[in-house]
Design a protein around this ligand. Structure first.
Ligand code: GLP
Length: 244
């Protein structure tokens, strides 16, 4: 179990290129990789860089399978504010991945029972090859809100106040943000072969250092990245690393 490798970059473009190189390494070895792509602002530049590499012929991501990391509950089907909708516009279409190669999280019917089947099927299919993750201000990965243990399965969660506020700009106002979600659990995530965590902006300064240097505990779910057999690389910009 190695410590995460930390790479610090001066600007967004070099961070995106470095992350794209890590993704490229995985896809060259395994063109049919099962990949979890985080939503959020931080990885947008990486996805654009991957799309550019696809355009120039330097990368062929069209054979991968996408596994959904998190999703809001209680939305109407087809709501463009769903995380699936976000992923469709920002990852699937630019990378040329058809939606029949997406393993979506359950959102209808008995969601809790379906989450158990989701994890079972994921394990039977060989788990995750690559997880591209961001981090919440409270240390969440996906929607694994504190406290989340390393053994937490895929499940329904209540979103924390800080997560609801952080996502309000996608919804217009705080009161419109869904309060419940489904998230891939830390257990299947931490079983990935390779994890790339992207961290940017001075507002992530405190949490990136708590993640990497503080106690490994459920109150900072991302701290479990230091206790996994996955090969973990943290790509971080100087603003987040050095702080305000
Ligand atoms: C959101 C998502 C996470 C994401 C994180 C950071 O709530 N559920 O998957 O990684 O928060 O988002 P951002 O990159 O916009 O800061």
């Amino acid at each position: 179990m190695a410590e995460p490798r930390v790479e610090v970059f001066d600007d967004a473009a070099s961070l995106d290129r470095a992350a794209a190189a890590l993704v490229g390494d995985v896809l060259r070895t395994n063109p049919a990789a099962r990949v979890v792509p985080a939503t959020g602002e931080t990885p947008v530049g990486l996805y654009a860089e991957l799309a550019a590499r696809r355009g120039s012929g330097a990368l062929d991501p069209t054979g991968i399978t996408i596994v959904q990391l998190d999703e809001y509950l209680g939305l109407e089907p087809g709501d463009r504010r769903s995380l699936y909708g976000w992923m469709l516009r920002t990852v699937l279409e630019p990378l040329g991945i058809p939606d029949d190669r997406v393993v979506g999280l359950p959102t209808d019917g008995d969601v809790s029972a379906a989450c158990v089947s989701f994890d079972r099927q994921l394990a039977a299919d060989g788990g995750i090859d690559l997880a591209i993750l961001g981090i919440g201000h409270n240390g969440h990965l996906g929607f694994n809100e504190p406290p989340s243990d390393a053994t937490s399965p895929t499940r329904v969660v209540d979103l924390s106040r800080s997560t609801i506020e952080a996502n309000a700009n996608y919804w217009g106002r705080v009161d419109d943000v869904p309060t419940r979600a489904v998230t891939m659990g830390l257990a299947p995530l931490l079983s990935a072969s390779t994890i790339v965590l992207l961290v940017a902006g001075e507002r992530k300064h405190e949490i990136v250092h708590r993640t990497l240097e503080g106690p490994i505990e459920a109150t900072v779910p991302a701290s479990f990245l230091r206790r996994t057999s996955a090969e973990v690389t943290v790509v971080v910009d100087r603003a987040a690393w050095e702080g305000p």
